[in-house]
Structures are given as structure tokens and as C-alpha cells.
Design a protein around this ligand. Sequence first.
Ligand code: F6R
Length: 361
Amino acid sequence: MGIHDATHDTRALMLDDVATYERADVHRVRDVLAKFPAQCRAAVELRPALAPATPRPRLIVVAGMGGSAASGDLLAGCAAERLDVPVLVHRGYGLPMLAGDRDLVIASSYSGDTAESLSAAEAALSRGCSLVAVTSGGRLAALARERGVPRVTLPAGLMPRMALGYLFFPLIGILKSADVHVVKGGEIEETFGVIDALAAELGPARPTATNEAKRLAQAIGDHLPVVYGGPLTGTTAYRWKTDFEENSKTFAAAGVLPEMNHNEIEAWSGPLARELYLVLLRDREEGPEITRRFGLLRELIAPGAAGVAEASTRGGSYLARLLSLAYLGQWTSYYLAILRGVDPWSVPVLDALKGRMRSDG
Ligand code: F6R
């Protein structure tokens, strides 16, 4: 990673002082993140209460919002080079016209009370799609109970964006029961090994000098993070952006190569560039054209930015590579929240909007 800031400045001291976390992280998000490997392991065991009655689907739709849609992105990322069944991540009300009675719809809502996801579940039922609900409770669980919909019940009590393991791993089993195999033998175990290693490297006890997430957060500091990924890591760049927004309460941007080379790259000639911190999400199999394009970004736009850093996927399988990078992003946004003195857990504006949508509607 290309960060060359001093590790002895006050920010590093702050992140290496245990008292900081007692003060700034009252909901103990650090413990939730540290337990992410255990969450993933427990999630593999979660299965639908009723076996989904699905022949092999023509299309798989994961319908969810925010943190509950991120599992769909991860699934689509793993599936892209492997499955002959398209995986569509639907963020919004209803379902795309395309979804019909030969398709599998997974309604994913951690709380079970997200209006858009409930509307997608209703649409799936009325169109005769095979429907599976993935939720910890709420109205989605009630709908599943009342209408005989197979349901994976997730442990409650987390913020949805911090429940990525619970939201994602059951999808592998749901697809498998519909004869769709998104991971190969050994890939889940490999992923756990990679995540275990990262958990040991990224927690608060690991000093800034050797902690990639602390160093990234420290380098971003007061600047606005702009995260770019390649063909595999593009959706992870989006996940980093949403984690920065929800955990660190900062504006952030995300883009994907090569598309951003054809539009967004031009915005870097404006005066705002010096406020932006560039984070490039690399993958060892990104391919020579994408490697060249990342190199050109370093030449053409990085000099005008506040700084630039790179983070790379780890592991061999798509799953390990995507999840390792998502996990690094979670920790990075966590430390950025701590540095900025904001609570990484609560999302009061988001909650207020949901409340208003319910009461004003
Ligand atoms: C909050 C969060 C949000 C939610 C979104 C949908 O932690 O991550 O992005 O995921 O508002 O709510 P759920 O996941 O409950 O359907």
C-alpha cells in the first residue's frame, strides 16, 4: 500500500490508545467487526426453514436495500465468471419486468421492515416467482409465515451493514438447493482462513504501523475518499463508499474501471480534486489492460489529489478476494469514524427518514 505518512503523529497515537475506543465507540462496533469471522462461520449453517421449491431458475434476483443488498453484490461478483444463470441485484420497489414464474427471488432485509424489500417480496408472490426471505424478523418474517414462504432467520441485534456474513452465506445454500453452485469445494474454508488472518491484522490492538486499515483511515483523514475498483472489485468500491457514508458519516464516491476512464476522470481537473483522497482497489487477476489503466490514473489524476493509496484483494477464490476487501473497507471506515469523532454505529438520519416514510405515508 502506498501510504507514506508518519505513524507518529497524533492520529496514529489516538488510534493506538485503547482509551480512545472506550470513549468513541460506545456501541462496541470493534467487537462486532472482530467477530466477523465467527459470524461468517455461523451463517454457513443457516438454512431456510422450509426447503425452497425451486427447480433450477432462469434468473436469480436478490432484492434488498443498503446493507441487505450488499450480499447480492457479493453473490453477483462470485457468480459473474462462473454461473450460466444471471444474478440481478434489485434495489427498489417491486421487481423488474423480467422476473417471472421461472425465476428465484431472494428478498433480503436484515430488519425485515424495509418497504422496498417488502414490495419486492409481494411482487414475487403475485408473479409466481420462487421466493425465499432472508431476514431477522419484522414484516418480512411475518409475510413468510403467513404465506408459507421459505425463510432464513438471521440472529437479530446488529446493524444490517455489519451483518454481511449473515446476509451472504445463506445465499450459497439457497442457490445450492436450486442446483446452482456458486462456490466450489474448499472455497468457503479458504475464505475463512483469509478473514481470520485479516481479523488478527486489523483490530484496534494491532498498532498503526502494521495495521492497514488504521493507516488508510489516517491517510484519508479529513479528505473525501474516492474509491475506484476494477471489473471484480467495482461493487466492493461501492460497498466502501456506503461504509464511509454510514459508519464515518462522510461523503464518499465510488467508480469502476474502465467506465470511469470515460467520464469521471475528467472531473479530477476541477479544484475539488485536492480535497479528495484516492483509494484504488486492486486484484491480482484484474488483467493487463486494467493494470495499465490503474497506472495511468496514478499518473494523470493522483498528482492533483490529496493522496493515493491502494488496497488489494487477498486469497484465491472470488469469494475470498471480494470478502477480504469488503472486510478491510469495514475496518477502514470504522477507524475513520473514530478519527472524526463520530459514532460508527448509529444512523440517525437514515432512521428518521424511515420513520417519516412510515408515519407520513
Ligand atoms: C443500516 C444499513 C442500511 C440498511 C437499509 C435497509 O445499518 O446498513 O443500509 O441495510 O436501510 O434496511 P434492512 O437491511 O433492514 O432491510
